[in-house]
Design a protein around this ligand. Structure first.
Ligand code: GRF
Length: 205
Protein backbone atom coordinates (compact mmCIF):
# COMPACT_ATOMS: atom_id res chain seq x y z
CA UNK A 1 0.00 0.00 0.00
CA UNK A 2 1.32 3.46 -0.82
CA UNK A 3 1.46 6.14 1.85
CA UNK A 4 -1.32 8.74 1.70
CA UNK A 5 -0.39 12.11 0.22
CA UNK A 6 1.00 14.45 2.89
CA UNK A 7 -1.49 16.84 4.42
CA UNK A 8 -1.35 20.35 3.00
CA UNK A 9 -0.48 23.13 5.47
CA UNK A 10 -0.86 26.85 4.86
CA UNK A 11 0.97 28.84 7.56
CA UNK A 12 0.11 32.48 8.35
CA UNK A 13 2.73 34.68 10.02
CA UNK A 14 3.44 38.26 11.03
CA UNK A 15 6.94 38.09 12.44
CA UNK A 16 10.15 36.21 12.90
CA UNK A 17 8.58 32.92 11.92
CA UNK A 18 10.37 30.65 14.39
CA UNK A 19 7.26 28.49 14.68
CA UNK A 20 7.11 28.30 10.89
CA UNK A 21 10.78 27.32 10.83
CA UNK A 22 10.12 24.50 13.30
CA UNK A 23 7.29 23.24 11.08
CA UNK A 24 9.49 23.43 7.99
CA UNK A 25 12.13 21.31 9.73
CA UNK A 26 9.53 18.76 10.86
CA UNK A 27 7.89 18.48 7.44
CA UNK A 28 11.25 17.67 5.85
CA UNK A 29 10.71 14.14 7.21
CA UNK A 30 8.14 12.33 5.04
CA UNK A 31 6.99 10.34 8.08
CA UNK A 32 5.68 13.58 9.59
CA UNK A 33 2.77 13.40 7.14
CA UNK A 34 2.45 17.04 6.14
CA UNK A 35 3.97 19.60 3.85
CA UNK A 36 3.85 23.41 3.95
CA UNK A 37 2.31 24.39 0.61
CA UNK A 38 2.24 28.16 1.16
CA UNK A 39 3.08 30.86 3.68
CA UNK A 40 0.94 33.98 3.98
CA UNK A 41 1.63 37.20 5.88
CA UNK A 42 -0.11 40.46 6.69
CA UNK A 43 3.05 42.50 6.10
CA UNK A 44 6.18 42.58 3.95
CA UNK A 45 9.76 42.52 5.10
CA UNK A 46 9.54 39.90 7.84
CA UNK A 47 12.05 37.16 8.44
CA UNK A 48 9.43 34.44 8.19
CA UNK A 49 8.81 35.24 4.52
CA UNK A 50 12.54 34.93 3.86
CA UNK A 51 12.57 31.50 5.57
CA UNK A 52 9.74 30.35 3.37
CA UNK A 53 11.27 31.70 0.18
CA UNK A 54 14.61 30.08 1.07
CA UNK A 55 12.78 26.77 1.38
CA UNK A 56 11.22 27.29 -2.06
CA UNK A 57 7.69 27.69 -0.68
CA UNK A 58 5.23 30.06 -2.36
CA UNK A 59 4.37 33.14 -0.29
CA UNK A 60 1.69 35.81 -0.41
CA UNK A 61 1.13 39.04 1.48
CA UNK A 62 -2.29 40.50 2.29
CA UNK A 63 -1.91 43.75 4.15
CA UNK A 64 -5.14 45.07 5.67
CA UNK A 65 -4.34 48.57 4.48
CA UNK A 66 -4.07 47.41 0.87
CA UNK A 67 -7.85 46.84 0.82
CA UNK A 68 -10.71 49.38 1.06
CA UNK A 69 -12.45 47.51 3.89
CA UNK A 70 -11.68 44.80 6.41
CA UNK A 71 -14.22 42.57 4.64
CA UNK A 72 -12.35 43.02 1.36
CA UNK A 73 -9.14 42.02 3.10
CA UNK A 74 -10.83 39.00 4.62
CA UNK A 75 -12.13 37.94 1.19
CA UNK A 76 -8.70 38.33 -0.39
CA UNK A 77 -7.00 36.36 2.38
CA UNK A 78 -9.65 33.65 2.13
CA UNK A 79 -9.13 33.41 -1.62
CA UNK A 80 -5.36 33.23 -1.39
CA UNK A 81 -5.47 30.51 1.26
CA UNK A 82 -8.19 28.58 -0.61
CA UNK A 83 -6.05 28.53 -3.76
CA UNK A 84 -3.67 26.16 -1.95
CA UNK A 85 -6.42 23.72 -0.87
CA UNK A 86 -5.16 23.37 2.71
CA UNK A 87 -6.06 20.51 5.03
CA UNK A 88 -4.97 22.68 7.96
CA UNK A 89 -4.36 26.44 8.21
CA UNK A 90 -1.97 27.45 10.97
CA UNK A 91 -1.70 30.90 12.51
CA UNK A 92 1.88 30.93 13.77
CA UNK A 93 2.22 34.40 15.23
CA UNK A 94 -0.28 35.88 12.73
CA UNK A 95 -1.39 39.06 14.44
CA UNK A 96 -4.69 39.58 12.65
CA UNK A 97 -8.16 38.39 13.56
CA UNK A 98 -9.74 36.86 10.48
CA UNK A 99 -13.34 37.60 9.54
CA UNK A 100 -16.50 35.69 8.77
CA UNK A 101 -15.59 34.68 5.23
CA UNK A 102 -12.35 33.13 6.37
CA UNK A 103 -14.01 31.31 9.25
CA UNK A 104 -16.82 30.09 6.99
CA UNK A 105 -14.20 28.59 4.70
CA UNK A 106 -11.64 27.30 7.21
CA UNK A 107 -13.17 27.50 10.69
CA UNK A 108 -13.14 23.71 10.97
CA UNK A 109 -9.38 23.56 10.31
CA UNK A 110 -7.84 26.87 11.37
CA UNK A 111 -5.58 26.64 14.41
CA UNK A 112 -3.59 29.23 16.34
CA UNK A 113 -0.78 29.09 18.85
CA UNK A 114 -0.96 31.61 21.68
CA UNK A 115 1.82 32.32 24.15
CA UNK A 116 -0.26 32.08 27.34
CA UNK A 117 -2.28 29.48 29.20
CA UNK A 118 -5.78 30.32 27.99
CA UNK A 119 -8.30 31.39 29.10
CA UNK A 120 -5.83 33.55 31.07
CA UNK A 121 -4.06 36.34 29.25
CA UNK A 122 -5.59 36.45 25.76
CA UNK A 123 -4.46 39.12 23.32
CA UNK A 124 -1.06 40.15 22.06
CA UNK A 125 0.79 40.63 25.37
CA UNK A 126 0.41 37.19 26.97
CA UNK A 127 3.86 36.90 28.60
CA UNK A 128 3.85 40.53 29.76
CA UNK A 129 0.38 40.18 31.28
CA UNK A 130 1.30 36.88 32.97
CA UNK A 131 4.42 38.43 34.50
CA UNK A 132 2.52 41.49 35.72
CA UNK A 133 -0.11 39.28 37.34
CA UNK A 134 2.55 37.34 39.24
CA UNK A 135 1.65 33.83 38.11
CA UNK A 136 4.14 31.04 38.86
CA UNK A 137 3.63 29.10 35.64
CA UNK A 138 3.07 30.28 32.09
CA UNK A 139 2.99 28.53 28.75
CA UNK A 140 1.36 28.22 25.37
CA UNK A 141 -2.02 27.09 24.09
CA UNK A 142 -2.81 25.55 20.73
CA UNK A 143 -6.47 25.91 19.78
CA UNK A 144 -9.02 25.94 16.97
CA UNK A 145 -9.87 29.53 16.11
CA UNK A 146 -13.47 30.68 16.52
CA UNK A 147 -15.03 34.13 16.20
CA UNK A 148 -13.73 35.29 19.59
CA UNK A 149 -10.27 36.46 20.65
CA UNK A 150 -8.32 33.37 21.74
CA UNK A 151 -11.52 31.62 22.81
CA UNK A 152 -11.70 28.50 20.61
CA UNK A 153 -11.54 24.82 21.60
CA UNK A 154 -8.17 23.90 23.08
CA UNK A 155 -6.03 21.24 21.41
CA UNK A 156 -3.03 21.28 23.77
CA UNK A 157 -1.27 23.33 26.42
CA UNK A 158 2.34 23.33 27.55
CA UNK A 159 3.61 24.79 30.82
CA UNK A 160 6.88 26.51 31.75
CA UNK A 161 7.93 27.99 35.12
CA UNK A 162 7.97 31.72 35.74
CA UNK A 163 11.26 32.58 37.49
CA UNK A 164 11.71 35.36 40.02
CA UNK A 165 14.15 37.24 37.82
CA UNK A 166 12.22 36.84 34.58
CA UNK A 167 11.78 39.77 32.26
CA UNK A 168 9.17 39.86 29.50
CA UNK A 169 11.97 38.86 27.14
CA UNK A 170 13.25 35.84 29.06
CA UNK A 171 9.77 34.53 29.77
CA UNK A 172 8.71 35.02 26.15
CA UNK A 173 11.72 33.05 24.92
CA UNK A 174 11.16 30.20 27.42
CA UNK A 175 7.54 29.96 26.30
CA UNK A 176 8.51 29.97 22.63
CA UNK A 177 10.79 26.95 23.02
CA UNK A 178 7.96 24.91 24.54
CA UNK A 179 5.44 26.40 22.11
CA UNK A 180 7.39 25.30 19.03
CA UNK A 181 7.72 21.73 20.30
CA UNK A 182 4.02 21.62 21.06
CA UNK A 183 3.07 23.00 17.65
CA UNK A 184 5.20 20.46 15.81
CA UNK A 185 3.93 17.56 17.91
CA UNK A 186 0.25 18.39 17.64
CA UNK A 187 0.11 19.50 14.02
CA UNK A 188 1.66 16.14 13.20
CA UNK A 189 -0.83 14.27 15.33
CA UNK A 190 -3.81 16.19 13.92
CA UNK A 191 -2.89 15.46 10.32
CA UNK A 192 -1.92 11.84 10.91
CA UNK A 193 -4.64 10.83 13.34
CA UNK A 194 -7.52 13.27 12.78
CA UNK A 195 -9.63 14.81 15.54
CA UNK A 196 -13.11 15.33 16.91
CA UNK A 197 -14.58 18.32 18.75
CA UNK A 198 -17.56 17.87 21.02
CA UNK A 199 -18.69 20.44 23.62
CA UNK A 200 -15.35 22.24 23.16
CA UNK A 201 -13.39 19.06 23.92
CA UNK A 202 -10.85 18.32 21.22
CA UNK A 203 -9.89 14.67 21.04
CA UNK A 204 -7.22 13.11 18.90
CA UNK A 205 -7.98 9.41 18.66
C1 GRF B 1 4.45 33.17 19.25
O1 GRF B 1 5.00 33.11 20.55
C2 GRF B 1 2.97 33.36 19.28
O2 GRF B 1 2.36 32.75 20.37
C3 GRF B 1 2.86 34.85 19.39
O3 GRF B 1 3.85 35.34 18.52
C4 GRF B 1 4.93 34.42 18.52
C5 GRF B 1 5.33 34.15 17.09
O4 GRF B 1 6.66 33.88 17.02
N1 GRF B 1 1.54 35.31 19.05
P1 GRF B 1 7.36 33.46 15.64
O5 GRF B 1 7.04 34.52 14.62
O6 GRF B 1 6.84 32.12 15.23
O7 GRF B 1 8.82 33.42 15.96
Amino acid sequence: MTDPAPARLVVLISGSGSNLQALLEATANPAYGATVVAVGADRDGIAGLDHAAAAGIPTFVDSVKAYPTRDDWDAALTGHVAAYHPDLVISAGFLKLVGKQFLDAFGDRYINTHNALLPAFPGIHGPRDALAYGVKVAGATLFFVDAGVDTGPIIAQTVVPVLDDDTEGTLTERIKVAERAQLVEFVGRLVREGWTIEDRKVRIP
